[in-house]
Design a protein around this ligand. Structure first.
Ligand code: ITT
Length: 221
């Protein structure tokens, strides 16, 4: 990555790193369709809306991807992107999201999907009963892999707290997460309200700026 890009990204809340090699992106290129690979329809819906104002169209590919065990969503997303690229042989976008509860030493973190399926939100409510420190970070890492030898990761985070009771009817962890500066859960917000402030919005906005600066917008979604 060139110095200019690094400096610019470090200033923001998100990271943009080439993990696969250190060559800067030198040329604009027409990348055709951009595949967003996820099994989660809610993610796709949100990301589609977040990218619209940037003129970026995505094509949904529903595919389970390799998810390794490690401590950081950046690494999980990077490996998912490698797997997605080798399956589709096309520029891909993937993401990995985790909710990190401070009083539980970051649990469930990268195991958020597993914990959600096994304990459910009621399980989390039981775990957090009587716990004073309810602070939590929602984190999304987006990995963009335009070709076989480059890869970029962008992260967006939103601090908040675990609600005393579940509220609202959105998907996933939304009914228990109250973002910092608000008194309602993500699930009680309208979709565009959540999209304006969310962890996902921050991560994809960073991706979108990078993409529009370094890659041609001439693709068909
Ligand atoms: P893919 O890996 O196929 O993209 P997934 O749903 O398995 O889809 P993650 O592993 O990234 O995605 O998600 C971890 C968990 O967090 C999972 O249970 C999601 O439903 C949940 N989740 C992710 N983003 C969320 C959000 O914005 N609000 C609420 N829950 C979310």
């Amino acid at each position: 990555m060139d110095k200019k890009m690094k400096k610019k990204e470090v200033k923001g809340e998100v990271q943009a790193e080439s993990h696969i090699n250190k060559h800067p992106v030198r040329h604009r290129m027409n990348i055709g369709k951009l595949y967003f690979v996820t099994t989660n329809d809610n993610k796709f819906r949100e990301v589609q809306e977040i990218l619209k104002p940037f003129g970026i169209l995505i094509t949904h590919k529903k595919q389970d991807l390799l998810e390794i065990q490690c401590r950081h969503t950046d690494t999980v997303a990077q490996v998912k992107a490698g797997d997605a690229y080798s399956r589709f042989m096309n520029p891909v976008l993937v993401e990995d999201t985790g909710i990190f509860i401070n009083s539980l030493s970051g649990f469930p973190g990268v195991y958020s999907a597993y914990a959600y399926k096994t304990m459910g939100l009621e399980g989390f409510m039981r775990l957090m009963k009587g716990v004073k420190d309810r602070s939590v970070v929602f984190s999304t890492s987006v990995a963009f892999k335009p070709d076989s030898h480059r890869g970029f990761v962008f992260r967006g985070e939103m601090e908040g707290r675990i609600a005393q009771r579940l509220s609202g009817e959105h998907w996933g962890y939304d009914p228990l997460f109250i973002p910092k500066g608000f008194s309602k859960t993500y699930a009680e917000m309208k979709p565009d309200e959540k999209n304006a402030i969310s962890h996902r919005k921050k991560a994809f906005e960073a991706f979108a700026k990078f993409f529009n600066e370094h890659y041609c917008q001439d693709f068909r979604g």
